[in-house]
Design a protein. Structure first.
Length: 314
C-alpha cells in the first residue's frame, strides 16, 4: 500500500517537471526565433545590409559544410541544384525583404508580424501553385490577418520617416518564402537532411548577397566589434539556435503546438525593439497584433496536417 501511495505521489512531480522543461524550451524557441529581427536591427548600425546578410549566410553555410559532406546520404547534383534554387528564392528573398524593411526604418516588431503571415501567404498561393482552393475559414483567417497588419501599421505610417513602399518589402519577402515552400513541396527531388539543405541554401544565398554587397561597397567584413557580434548573434542564436530548438520542440510536442508557439514571436520582437532600440509601442500595434494572430491561427488550423508546421528563416 505504501509503495502504491509513493508511486502515485511521484507521478505528478514527473509530470510537472516535464511540463516545466517544455515551457522553458518553448520560451527559448520564441526568443531565438525573434532574435533574427533584433540581430538585423542591431547590425545595421555597424555595416551595410547586404554585407550583413552575406556574412550571416556564408558563415552559417561554411560551418554546416563539413557535416553536410561527411554525414548523411551522399548529395546528388540534381538535389543540390534544386536546393540552390530554393535558397535563391526562399532565403535570399525572405531575408532581404525583412532586412531591407528594417534598414529603411519599418518598425522591427511590425516586420516580425508581417513575416509571421507565412501561413496566410501559403494558403493564398496554394490555389495558383497547387490547385488547392481556399476554404471559407482560410479566407476568414486571411482577411483578419491582413486587417491586423493594416491596423498595426496604420500608426507607424504616421511616423513620417519611412517611405511607403518600404512596408511592402517584408510582404514580398514572405510571399517569396511561401512560393519557395510550395515549389519545394511539388519538387520530385529526394528529401535530404535539414543540415544539408540548409547548408546549400545558405551558400547559394551568400553568392547572391555577395553581388549586392559588392555594389554597396565591398564584400570584406567590417573589423568592428558590433559587426562581428551581430554576425555571431545571427549565426549561432538566430540560425543554429532557432532551428535546433525548433526541431527539439517538434520531437517533444506536436507540430500544431510548436507552430502556435511561434505566433508569440511578433510581440516578443516588439518588446525587444522597445527595450533595446527605443522603438515605441502603441495600442494600435497591440490591437493589430491580436487581430492578426487570430487570423493566422484560424487559417493555420484549417490547413491539412502536412501544411501545419512551415519552417521560417528567422
Amino acid at each position: 500500500m505504501s509503495e502504491a501511495v509513493a508511486a502515485t505521489s511521484y507521478r505528478p512531480k514527473r509530470g510537472i517537471s516535464a511540463v516545466l522543461v517544455l515551457v522553458i524550451l518553448e520560451a527559448a524557441l520564441v526568443i531565438s526565433w525573434s532574435a533574427g529581427f533584433v540581430g538585423i536591427r542591431f547590425a545595421i548600425d555597424h555595416a551595410p545590409i547586404f554585407l550583413i546578410l552575406l556574412w550571416r549566410s556564408l558563415v552559417s553555410g561554411l560551418l554546416l559544410l563539413p557535416f553536410a559532406l561527411t554525414m548523411g546520404p551522399a548529395i546528388q547534383w540534381k538535389d543540390a541544384f534544386s536546393q540552390m534554387l530554393f535558397g535563391a528564392l526562399a532565403m535570399s528573398g525572405y531575408l532581404a525583404g525583412f532586412a531591407l524593411a528594417i534598414s529603411y526604418g519599418v518598425p522591427t516588431g511590425l516586420v516580425a508580424l508581417i513575416a509571421d503571415m507565412l501561413p496566410l501567404a501559403v494558403a493564398l498561393l496554394s490555389w495558383p501553385v497547387l490547385g488547392q482552393a481556399l476554404t471559407a475559414r482560410q479566407w476568414l483567417g486571411s482577411v483578419l490577418g491582413m486587417a491586423g497588419v493594416l491596423i498595426a501599421s496604420g500608426w507607424s505610417l504616421n511616423m513620417g520617416d519611412v517611405p511607403l513602399w518600404a512596408y511592402g518589402l517584408p510582404v514580398l519577402g514572405t510571399l517569396s518564402l511561401a512560393m519557395a515552400t510550395l515549389l519545394q513541396k511539388r519538387s520530385p527531388t529526394n528529401a535530404m537532411p535539414v543540415y544539408q539543405s540548409l547548408c546549400i541554401q545558405c551558400l547559394s544565398a551568400s553568392a547572391i548577397f555577395a553581388v549586392f554587397a559588392w555594389h554597396e561597397g565591398g564584400v570584406l567584413p567590417v573589423l568592428d566589434k558590433g559587426f562581428i557580434g551581430g554576425i555571431l548573434w545571427l549565426v549561432f542564436v538566430a540560425t543554429f539556435g532557432a532551428w535546433s530548438l525548433y526541431y527539439i520542440a517538434l520531437r517533444k510536442s506536436s507540430p500544431a503546438r510548436v507552430t502556435a508557439i511561434l505566433y508569440l514571436s511578433p510581440p516578443v520582437t516588439m518588446i525587444w525593439a522597445w527595450v533595446m532600440f527605443g522603438e515605441p509601442l502603441s495600442f494600435a500595434m497591440a490591437g493589430g497584433l491580436v487581430v492578426s494572430l487570430i487570423g493566422i491561427i484560424i487559417a493555420a488550423r484549417s490547413q491539412k496536417p502536412a501544411h501545419a508546421a512551415w519552417a521560417e528563416y528567422p
